[in-house]
Design a protein around this ligand. Structure first.
Ligand SMILES: [Fe+2]
Length: 348
Protein backbone atom coordinates (compact mmCIF):
# COMPACT_ATOMS: atom_id res chain seq x y z
CA UNK A 1 0.00 0.00 0.00
CA UNK A 2 1.18 3.55 -0.59
CA UNK A 3 -0.13 7.10 -0.31
CA UNK A 4 -0.80 8.92 -3.57
CA UNK A 5 -1.67 12.67 -3.62
CA UNK A 6 -4.97 13.54 -5.27
CA UNK A 7 -3.31 15.19 -8.28
CA UNK A 8 -1.53 11.93 -9.13
CA UNK A 9 -4.57 9.63 -8.90
CA UNK A 10 -5.50 7.81 -12.09
CA UNK A 11 -8.54 5.87 -13.21
CA UNK A 12 -8.21 2.17 -12.46
CA UNK A 13 -6.05 2.58 -9.33
CA UNK A 14 -7.17 0.28 -6.53
CA UNK A 15 -8.10 1.78 -3.13
CA UNK A 16 -5.92 0.35 -0.33
CA UNK A 17 -7.91 1.50 2.73
CA UNK A 18 -11.50 2.53 3.31
CA UNK A 19 -12.10 6.26 2.90
CA UNK A 20 -14.61 7.60 5.41
CA UNK A 21 -16.84 10.68 5.39
CA UNK A 22 -16.91 12.86 8.48
CA UNK A 23 -19.91 10.97 9.90
CA UNK A 24 -18.05 7.66 9.67
CA UNK A 25 -19.76 6.17 6.61
CA UNK A 26 -17.56 4.54 4.01
CA UNK A 27 -17.20 6.82 0.96
CA UNK A 28 -15.03 4.42 -1.00
CA UNK A 29 -14.24 0.91 0.20
CA UNK A 30 -10.90 -0.85 0.09
CA UNK A 31 -10.28 -2.62 -3.26
CA UNK A 32 -12.65 -0.36 -5.27
CA UNK A 33 -11.11 0.83 -8.57
CA UNK A 34 -11.04 4.60 -9.06
CA UNK A 35 -13.07 6.18 -11.82
CA UNK A 36 -12.77 9.79 -13.00
CA UNK A 37 -16.05 10.53 -11.20
CA UNK A 38 -14.68 9.18 -7.92
CA UNK A 39 -11.49 11.22 -8.30
CA UNK A 40 -13.53 14.39 -8.92
CA UNK A 41 -15.71 13.60 -5.88
CA UNK A 42 -12.69 13.10 -3.63
CA UNK A 43 -11.20 16.37 -4.83
CA UNK A 44 -14.47 18.23 -4.11
CA UNK A 45 -14.44 16.93 -0.54
CA UNK A 46 -10.97 18.37 -0.03
CA UNK A 47 -9.27 15.00 0.32
CA UNK A 48 -5.58 15.54 -0.43
CA UNK A 49 -4.70 11.93 -1.30
CA UNK A 50 -5.60 8.29 -0.76
CA UNK A 51 -3.91 4.98 -0.08
CA UNK A 52 -3.71 2.68 -3.06
CA UNK A 53 -2.63 -0.91 -3.52
CA UNK A 54 -0.40 -1.67 -6.51
CA UNK A 55 2.48 -3.85 -7.69
CA UNK A 56 5.09 -1.43 -6.36
CA UNK A 57 3.69 -1.55 -2.86
CA UNK A 58 1.69 -4.82 -2.53
CA UNK A 59 3.82 -6.11 0.38
CA UNK A 60 3.96 -2.84 2.33
CA UNK A 61 1.60 -2.98 5.30
CA UNK A 62 0.67 0.43 6.67
CA UNK A 63 -0.98 0.33 10.06
CA UNK A 64 -2.46 3.47 11.53
CA UNK A 65 -1.44 4.29 15.05
CA UNK A 66 -5.04 4.13 16.30
CA UNK A 67 -7.87 2.03 14.84
CA UNK A 68 -10.27 3.48 12.26
CA UNK A 69 -13.14 2.82 14.70
CA UNK A 70 -11.57 4.89 17.49
CA UNK A 71 -10.59 7.68 15.08
CA UNK A 72 -14.15 7.91 13.68
CA UNK A 73 -15.65 7.87 17.17
CA UNK A 74 -13.15 10.50 18.35
CA UNK A 75 -13.81 12.87 15.42
CA UNK A 76 -17.59 12.54 15.93
CA UNK A 77 -17.33 13.13 19.68
CA UNK A 78 -15.07 16.16 19.29
CA UNK A 79 -17.52 17.58 16.75
CA UNK A 80 -20.31 17.01 19.31
CA UNK A 81 -18.32 18.75 22.06
CA UNK A 82 -17.40 21.74 19.87
CA UNK A 83 -21.06 22.15 18.92
CA UNK A 84 -22.66 21.72 22.34
CA UNK A 85 -20.61 23.71 24.80
CA UNK A 86 -23.60 23.69 27.19
CA UNK A 87 -23.57 19.93 27.88
CA UNK A 88 -20.57 20.20 30.17
CA UNK A 89 -20.60 17.06 32.33
CA UNK A 90 -21.24 14.77 29.35
CA UNK A 91 -18.42 16.49 27.48
CA UNK A 92 -15.87 16.04 30.29
CA UNK A 93 -16.56 12.30 30.49
CA UNK A 94 -16.35 11.96 26.72
CA UNK A 95 -12.99 13.74 26.54
CA UNK A 96 -11.53 11.75 29.43
CA UNK A 97 -12.66 8.44 27.95
CA UNK A 98 -11.36 9.33 24.51
CA UNK A 99 -7.99 10.39 25.94
CA UNK A 100 -7.75 7.10 27.84
CA UNK A 101 -8.69 5.00 24.79
CA UNK A 102 -6.26 6.82 22.50
CA UNK A 103 -3.42 6.34 24.96
CA UNK A 104 -4.22 2.62 25.48
CA UNK A 105 -4.39 1.89 21.75
CA UNK A 106 -1.00 3.59 21.27
CA UNK A 107 0.50 1.71 24.23
CA UNK A 108 -0.74 -1.59 22.73
CA UNK A 109 0.51 -0.75 19.26
CA UNK A 110 3.80 -2.35 18.33
CA UNK A 111 4.49 0.34 15.69
CA UNK A 112 6.53 2.90 17.55
CA UNK A 113 6.69 5.31 14.63
CA UNK A 114 3.92 7.38 13.10
CA UNK A 115 4.15 6.24 9.50
CA UNK A 116 0.94 7.52 8.00
CA UNK A 117 -0.66 10.50 6.43
CA UNK A 118 -4.18 11.06 7.72
CA UNK A 119 -6.96 11.36 5.15
CA UNK A 120 -9.11 14.38 5.98
CA UNK A 121 -11.97 16.19 4.33
CA UNK A 122 -12.30 20.01 4.45
CA UNK A 123 -15.52 19.69 6.47
CA UNK A 124 -14.15 17.91 9.47
CA UNK A 125 -10.74 19.57 9.44
CA UNK A 126 -10.88 21.18 12.89
CA UNK A 127 -12.16 17.98 14.54
CA UNK A 128 -9.78 15.55 12.84
CA UNK A 129 -6.97 18.04 13.52
CA UNK A 130 -7.82 17.86 17.25
CA UNK A 131 -7.71 14.05 17.13
CA UNK A 132 -4.40 14.03 15.21
CA UNK A 133 -2.79 16.43 17.67
CA UNK A 134 -4.06 14.18 20.48
CA UNK A 135 -2.52 11.08 18.86
CA UNK A 136 0.83 12.80 18.24
CA UNK A 137 0.91 14.30 21.76
CA UNK A 138 0.10 10.94 23.28
CA UNK A 139 2.95 9.34 21.28
CA UNK A 140 5.35 12.04 22.55
CA UNK A 141 4.10 11.76 26.16
CA UNK A 142 4.60 7.98 26.08
CA UNK A 143 8.12 8.37 24.61
CA UNK A 144 8.95 10.76 27.46
CA UNK A 145 7.93 7.97 29.86
CA UNK A 146 5.27 10.13 31.49
CA UNK A 147 2.95 8.23 33.84
CA UNK A 148 -0.26 7.03 32.18
CA UNK A 149 -2.38 9.49 34.16
CA UNK A 150 -0.24 12.38 32.81
CA UNK A 151 -0.43 11.11 29.22
CA UNK A 152 -4.22 11.02 29.57
CA UNK A 153 -4.27 14.65 30.78
CA UNK A 154 -1.95 15.67 27.93
CA UNK A 155 -4.15 13.86 25.38
CA UNK A 156 -7.26 15.57 26.78
CA UNK A 157 -5.49 18.94 26.51
CA UNK A 158 -4.68 18.17 22.86
CA UNK A 159 -8.28 17.12 22.08
CA UNK A 160 -9.52 20.46 23.43
CA UNK A 161 -6.64 22.75 22.41
CA UNK A 162 -8.63 24.67 19.78
CA UNK A 163 -12.02 24.65 21.55
CA UNK A 164 -11.68 28.43 21.95
CA UNK A 165 -12.26 28.74 18.18
CA UNK A 166 -15.93 28.01 18.88
CA UNK A 167 -16.15 31.47 20.46
CA UNK A 168 -14.62 33.26 17.47
CA UNK A 169 -16.53 34.64 14.50
CA UNK A 170 -16.67 32.32 11.46
CA UNK A 171 -15.67 35.26 9.23
CA UNK A 172 -12.32 35.45 10.97
CA UNK A 173 -11.83 31.68 11.28
CA UNK A 174 -12.58 30.94 7.66
CA UNK A 175 -10.86 33.98 6.16
CA UNK A 176 -8.60 33.11 3.25
CA UNK A 177 -5.67 35.53 3.05
CA UNK A 178 -4.03 37.85 5.55
CA UNK A 179 -5.78 39.08 8.68
CA UNK A 180 -6.21 42.78 9.42
CA UNK A 181 -4.63 43.73 12.79
CA UNK A 182 -8.09 43.63 14.41
CA UNK A 183 -8.86 40.17 12.97
CA UNK A 184 -5.48 38.89 14.07
CA UNK A 185 -6.22 40.03 17.61
CA UNK A 186 -9.54 38.15 17.55
CA UNK A 187 -7.93 35.01 16.10
CA UNK A 188 -5.14 35.05 18.67
CA UNK A 189 -7.67 35.16 21.50
CA UNK A 190 -8.69 31.51 20.92
CA UNK A 191 -6.21 29.88 23.37
CA UNK A 192 -7.36 32.21 26.15
CA UNK A 193 -11.05 31.80 25.30
CA UNK A 194 -10.72 28.00 25.36
CA UNK A 195 -8.74 28.14 28.60
CA UNK A 196 -11.26 30.40 30.35
CA UNK A 197 -14.19 28.25 29.28
CA UNK A 198 -12.57 24.96 30.31
CA UNK A 199 -11.28 26.40 33.60
CA UNK A 200 -14.73 27.72 34.48
CA UNK A 201 -16.89 24.78 33.44
CA UNK A 202 -14.77 21.64 33.34
CA UNK A 203 -13.65 19.84 36.47
CA UNK A 204 -10.39 18.88 34.81
CA UNK A 205 -6.66 18.98 35.71
CA UNK A 206 -4.89 22.36 35.80
CA UNK A 207 -2.17 20.99 33.49
CA UNK A 208 -4.85 20.20 30.89
CA UNK A 209 -6.23 23.72 30.69
CA UNK A 210 -2.85 25.42 31.01
CA UNK A 211 -1.72 23.38 27.96
CA UNK A 212 -4.69 24.81 26.04
CA UNK A 213 -3.75 28.36 27.07
CA UNK A 214 -0.12 27.91 26.02
CA UNK A 215 -0.31 25.95 22.75
CA UNK A 216 0.72 29.04 20.72
CA UNK A 217 3.53 30.19 23.02
CA UNK A 218 7.00 30.01 21.44
CA UNK A 219 10.20 28.75 23.05
CA UNK A 220 11.91 32.10 22.29
CA UNK A 221 9.16 34.09 24.04
CA UNK A 222 7.62 35.55 20.86
CA UNK A 223 4.38 33.58 21.02
CA UNK A 224 0.97 34.36 22.50
CA UNK A 225 -0.99 35.02 24.68
CA UNK A 226 1.64 35.77 27.37
CA UNK A 227 5.00 35.68 25.57
CA UNK A 228 6.28 33.06 28.00
CA UNK A 229 9.74 31.70 27.27
CA UNK A 230 11.51 28.29 27.49
CA UNK A 231 10.46 26.23 30.46
CA UNK A 232 8.19 29.00 31.74
CA UNK A 233 5.84 27.38 29.20
CA UNK A 234 4.28 24.25 30.67
CA UNK A 235 5.46 20.90 29.32
CA UNK A 236 2.00 20.26 27.83
CA UNK A 237 2.09 23.65 26.07
CA UNK A 238 5.51 22.87 24.55
CA UNK A 239 4.38 19.41 23.33
CA UNK A 240 1.09 20.71 21.88
CA UNK A 241 2.94 23.46 20.02
CA UNK A 242 5.07 20.98 17.99
CA UNK A 243 2.22 18.51 17.33
CA UNK A 244 -0.22 21.29 16.37
CA UNK A 245 2.26 22.88 13.93
CA UNK A 246 3.09 19.54 12.29
CA UNK A 247 -0.52 18.52 11.71
CA UNK A 248 -1.39 21.99 10.38
CA UNK A 249 1.46 21.83 7.86
CA UNK A 250 0.58 18.39 6.48
CA UNK A 251 -3.06 19.47 5.99
CA UNK A 252 -4.26 21.11 2.80
CA UNK A 253 -5.99 24.45 3.42
CA UNK A 254 -7.86 26.56 0.84
CA UNK A 255 -4.88 28.74 -0.12
CA UNK A 256 -2.02 26.30 0.48
CA UNK A 257 -1.21 22.71 -0.53
CA UNK A 258 -0.37 20.22 2.19
CA UNK A 259 3.35 19.98 3.04
CA UNK A 260 4.99 16.61 2.60
CA UNK A 261 5.81 15.04 5.99
CA UNK A 262 9.53 15.50 5.20
CA UNK A 263 9.01 19.24 4.53
CA UNK A 264 6.89 19.69 7.67
CA UNK A 265 9.63 17.98 9.71
CA UNK A 266 12.25 20.21 8.11
CA UNK A 267 10.19 23.25 9.16
CA UNK A 268 10.10 21.94 12.72
CA UNK A 269 13.88 21.35 12.66
CA UNK A 270 14.47 24.83 11.23
CA UNK A 271 12.53 26.35 14.14
CA UNK A 272 14.11 24.18 16.80
CA UNK A 273 14.86 26.42 19.80
CA UNK A 274 12.96 29.36 18.31
CA UNK A 275 9.34 28.24 18.11
CA UNK A 276 9.85 24.76 19.53
CA UNK A 277 11.50 23.16 22.55
CA UNK A 278 14.62 21.24 21.34
CA UNK A 279 13.93 18.36 23.76
CA UNK A 280 10.44 17.84 22.31
CA UNK A 281 11.73 18.20 18.74
CA UNK A 282 14.32 15.48 19.39
CA UNK A 283 11.62 13.05 20.53
CA UNK A 284 9.31 14.05 17.70
CA UNK A 285 11.99 13.27 15.10
CA UNK A 286 12.35 9.76 16.50
CA UNK A 287 8.63 9.08 16.42
CA UNK A 288 7.28 10.68 13.24
CA UNK A 289 8.63 9.36 9.96
CA UNK A 290 9.63 12.07 7.44
CA UNK A 291 9.28 9.45 4.69
CA UNK A 292 6.26 7.32 5.62
CA UNK A 293 6.10 3.71 4.37
CA UNK A 294 5.30 3.55 0.66
CA UNK A 295 6.86 6.96 -0.14
CA UNK A 296 8.73 6.96 -3.47
CA UNK A 297 12.11 8.68 -3.32
CA UNK A 298 14.63 9.83 -5.88
CA UNK A 299 18.23 9.21 -4.85
CA UNK A 300 21.41 11.07 -5.85
CA UNK A 301 22.61 7.97 -7.76
CA UNK A 302 19.62 8.35 -10.10
CA UNK A 303 17.65 5.43 -8.63
CA UNK A 304 13.98 5.56 -7.74
CA UNK A 305 13.11 3.60 -4.60
CA UNK A 306 10.12 2.94 -2.34
CA UNK A 307 10.30 3.16 1.48
CA UNK A 308 9.72 -0.27 3.04
CA UNK A 309 10.80 0.35 6.63
CA UNK A 310 11.79 3.16 8.99
CA UNK A 311 14.06 3.18 11.99
CA UNK A 312 13.81 5.63 14.85
CA UNK A 313 17.60 5.98 15.21
CA UNK A 314 17.87 7.72 11.86
CA UNK A 315 14.41 8.40 10.52
CA UNK A 316 15.70 10.46 7.57
CA UNK A 317 17.54 7.40 6.09
CA UNK A 318 14.88 4.66 5.67
CA UNK A 319 15.12 1.11 4.34
CA UNK A 320 14.11 1.13 0.65
CA UNK A 321 13.52 -1.07 -2.43
CA UNK A 322 14.78 -0.23 -5.91
CA UNK A 323 11.77 0.16 -8.24
CA UNK A 324 13.71 -1.24 -11.20
CA UNK A 325 15.51 -4.33 -9.94
CA UNK A 326 13.69 -4.87 -6.59
CA UNK A 327 16.93 -4.96 -4.56
CA UNK A 328 16.50 -3.79 -1.00
CA UNK A 329 18.95 -1.70 1.01
CA UNK A 330 19.08 0.32 4.18
CA UNK A 331 20.19 3.93 3.73
CA UNK A 332 21.29 4.10 7.39
CA UNK A 333 23.16 0.83 7.79
CA UNK A 334 24.25 -0.28 4.30
CA UNK A 335 27.67 1.30 3.85
CA UNK A 336 27.59 0.89 0.04
CA UNK A 337 25.06 3.70 0.09
CA UNK A 338 26.73 6.00 2.61
CA UNK A 339 27.45 8.65 -0.02
CA UNK A 340 24.01 8.41 -1.65
CA UNK A 341 21.52 11.09 -0.58
CA UNK A 342 17.77 11.50 -0.93
CA UNK A 343 17.13 14.30 -3.39
CA UNK A 344 13.37 14.33 -3.39
CA UNK A 345 9.97 12.69 -3.08
CA UNK A 346 8.44 11.50 -6.35
CA UNK A 347 4.73 11.43 -6.96
CA UNK A 348 3.68 8.71 -9.35
FE1 LIG B 1 -4.66 26.94 18.03
Amino acid sequence: MRYVPIFCLQEGMQIGRNIYSNDGTVLLAKDVRLTSEYIKGLSKLGISGVYIEDNLSHDIQIKSIISDELRIQAVKSIKGIFNSTDNVSYNINTVENLAKNIMHEILNNKNVMVNMIDIKTFDDCIYSHSVNVAVLSSVIGISMHLENSKVEKLTASALLHDLGKVFISKDVLNKVGNFTPAEEKVYKSHPEKGYRYIKQYYNIAVTTYVGILQHHERFDGKGYPDGKKGEEISRFGRILSVCDAYDNLVTEIPNRKAYLPSDAIEYIMANNGQIFDPKIVKLFLRRVAPYPLGTILKLSNGKRVIVIDNNEECSSRPKVRDLEDNTEFDLTYDKNFSNVTIIGVENI
